[in-house]
Design a protein. Structure first.
Length: 209
């Protein structure tokens, strides 16, 4: 599969970055300018606020989602995370669901797929583009993860013990994710993680018997 690269449109990125800088880098200067503190404390406070504002603006500009056959790279406003594709369970809107090292179903917000903040819920080109990117992300994860679950189930007998234990954890997280979708009424027309879970658990039992 071709790698997936998603980032916001330039105009949206620039506008959000400027807003972030004004909120974090400029607004606090009003507080320091009126606070009853020394000139040194005011200078240090303003300098820190401006530095943080610049840092946040840069992070907003560079927010993206990059996915390939190995991993999904998430560069958000405050952190960057690389999640192995084998641990990815699914995606809903601007949230990626994945399995942690201890088998916990975890979520990561995708800043590059977040709808632009608007005071009024009116249609806009930026929101339409955002929805299209969410659909593109979901389609890519479906092809890279969803349709391969049954194949992974057939191959569990060829895995070493560590890889087999990983499949047990990931499939259990996937079953919880599908249950969550049903509970929320989102629907999951083809529950598949249970197939991998059953195969992995059966192989594990065979090896330990």
């Amino acid at each position: 599969m071709s790698p997936l690269w998603i980032e916001r449109a330039p105009g949206t990125r620039h506008g959000t970055a400027v807003a972030g800088f004004l909120w974090v880098g400029v607004a606090p200067t009003v507080f320091f300018a009126t606070a009853p503190v020394s000139a040194l404390a005011t200078t240090l406070g303003v300098a820190c606020a401006v530095a943080l504002g610049i840092g946040l603006a840069v992070r907003i500009e560079r927010a993206l989602v990059y996915a390939d056959e190995e991993a999904v790279l998430l560069r958000n406003y405050l952190w960057t995370r690389r999640i192995a594709l084998a641990d990815v369970v699914g995606v809903e809107g601007n949230t990626l669901f994945w399995c942690g090292p201890r088998g916990r179903l975890r979520t990561s917000r995708l800043a590059a797929l977040s709808a632009p903040i608007s005071r009024f819920p009116v249609p806009s080109a930026a929101k339409d583009l955002n929805r299209l990117e969410q659909v593109r992300m979901q389609a890519w994860i479906e092809q890279a993860v969803g349709v391969r679950i049954k194949r992974r189930a057939r191959l569990v007998g060829h895995l070493d013990d560590a890889a087999l234990a990983r499949e047990v954890r990931v499939s259990a997280a996937g079953v919880r994710w599908e249950g969550r979708r049903r509970w929320l009424g989102l629907g999951q027309p083809r529950p598949r993680w249970g197939v991998l879970q059953a195969a992995a658990e059966q192989e594990t039992a065979a090896r330990t018997s």
